[in-house]
Design a protein around this ligand. Structure first.
Ligand code: ZN
Length: 302
């Protein structure tokens, strides 16, 4: 038995490029400058002093690597360290802190922070459509990120203080999850935007879910009713529990403006969960395949 961490792409820069190219260019190299993908018109530069993965397009005469147009562009960190970071994030159920990345990779704090956030950003779906559909059951639930589940405000906070941040999620049974930080957005607005109204909706007894769709069933937690047949929100309660344990144990404090990116990371792992037959290596490959064209969105996010 061989450790996954022995894989050459974690240690050798040329192997790291070859690995990323396999997943980002499944049909061969594509020139990011002019779109040329004719293998006969793209050369590989192999000089002794040439950077790893360097190619030249004979259509537009420009050089490029697989990093251009992705979250790796403009990063001085070796690609093999990026692959280590992505693997760690994809294989840790509760995520991995910036400090842990810093220690494990032996990079600076700022580099570790940027790597973590770029990877999180790239884990978000590129074109998120609505969840659910005809004959699809979708759970909806929301939770407060307070220290205790019983208090929405920490003890001693002023009465007019803002309540703890609230997170809202939708999940298709056996399918995808989508989570968001409810800033000034509200549950109803989020549902209109993210839920296909032909879905069958199951929720707790909260009044915010009433009349969203006529195919709505709920359990009444205030009457100690947690499940009635398949009407329950246990899938989301399990997810919230993992997210909160991640927050407490791994991330300590999360700036609210980054909360959506952490949620994208936890959503990504949930959408590629082992229950769906996806292992850590496959999850890492799915993450990398999704990195194409994610760079600009990262810039606008700042
Ligand atoms: Zn070109």
């Amino acid at each position: 038995m061989t450790s996954i961490l022995n894989a050459p792409h974690f240690h050798d820069e040329d192997a790291a490029y070859a690995y990323v190219e396999t997943h980002l260019w499944p049909n061969g190299p594509v020139c990011p400058h002019c779109g040329n993908c004719d293998a006969a018109k793209i050369g590989k530069l192999n000089g002794k002093t040439t950077r790893a993965g360097l190619r030249k397009c004979y259509e537009c005469r420009k050089p490029f690597t697989v990093k251009i147009g992705t979250i790796f562009e403009d990063s001085h960190a070796p690609l093999r360290y990026w692959l280590q970071a992505i693997y760690l994030m994809c294989s840790s159920k509760k995520g991995i802190s910036t400090r842990q990345l810093q220690r494990t990779l032996g990079v600076g704090m700022k580099t570790a922070w940027f790597m973590g956030h770029r990877i999180r950003h790239a884990m978000a779906p590129a074109a998120p459509g609505k969840l659910g559909g005809p004959d699809v059951t979708v759970e909806a639930d929301e939770t407060y990120l307070a220290k205790s589940p019983k208090t929405r405000k920490a003890p001693g906070t002023a009465l007019n203080a803002k309540p703890a941040p609230q997170v809202f999620s939708l999940i298709e049974r056996g399918g995808d999850i989508r989570s968001m930080y409810l800033d000034d957005r509200n549950v109803r607005g989020a549902m209109v935007k993210h839920l296909d109204d032909r879905s069958r909706l199951v929720t707790d007894g909260s009044t915010v879910y009433k009349f969203v769709t006529d195919k709505h069933e709920s359990v009444d937690h205030s009457k100690y009713e947690w499940a009635r047949g398949d009407v329950h929100t246990n899938t989301l309660e399990g997810f919230f529990s993992i997210f909160k344990r991640g927050l407490v144990g791994v991330f300590q404090h999360i700036d609210k403006k980054h909360l959506d990116r952490y949620l994208a990371e936890f959503d990504f792992r949930m959408n590629t969960r082992s229950k769906l037959g996806i292992d850590d290596v496959q999850r890492t490959e799915i993450a990398i395949a999704g990195f194409a064209g994610k760079r600009l969105q990262y810039k606008t996010a700042h």
